[in-house]
Design a protein around this ligand. Structure first.
Ligand SMILES: [Zn+2]
Length: 130
């Protein structure tokens, strides 16, 4: 069982890391497309600007589009932290491991499919909440 569990963690870690990279790349592209050429001269960003550099840059520019990505990135960071301390990927309600396929579609799902359905039954006035 330990073997299976560590393989699962390994796969989830790879997945989350890829998600993080994808988000950073999107963020970069959006930043440069939105601000265009002026960005380089105005902020003097090196081509290989690091994560910290981009965060600083975002705070300087105050782009709304970037806020969405910042939000997602902080959730990914949180997920990676929880993965490191062993609390990521488990259902909040029943404590069972959440299906990996589900986590790939909804990395921040707080609970498993069964419990999600139960939750939705109980909150009939609310729409889909992941
Ligand atoms: Zn559950």
């Amino acid at each position: 069982m330990t073997q299976t569990n560590s393989e699962r963690l390994e796969r989830l870690h790879t997945f989350l890391t890829q998600e993080k990279m994808r988000l950073w790349n999107e963020l970069r592209v959006e930043l440069f497309e939105t601000l265009g050429e002026g960005l380089h001269s105005q902020y003097d960003i090196p081509q290989d600007v690091g994560e910290k550099g981009i965060i600083d840059l975002l705070e300087d520019t105050g782009l709304a589009v970037a806020d969405i990505h910042k939000e997602e990135l902080s959730r990914i960071e949180e997920a990676l932290r929880r993965l490191a301390n062993g609390s990521y990927g488990f259902c909040e309600d029943c404590g069972e491991p959440i299906d990996e396929g589900r986590l790939r579609v909804a990395p921040f799902a707080p609970c498993c499919v069964d419990c999600q359905e139960r939750r939705e039954e109980h909150s009939s006035t609310k729409g889909l909440t992941l």
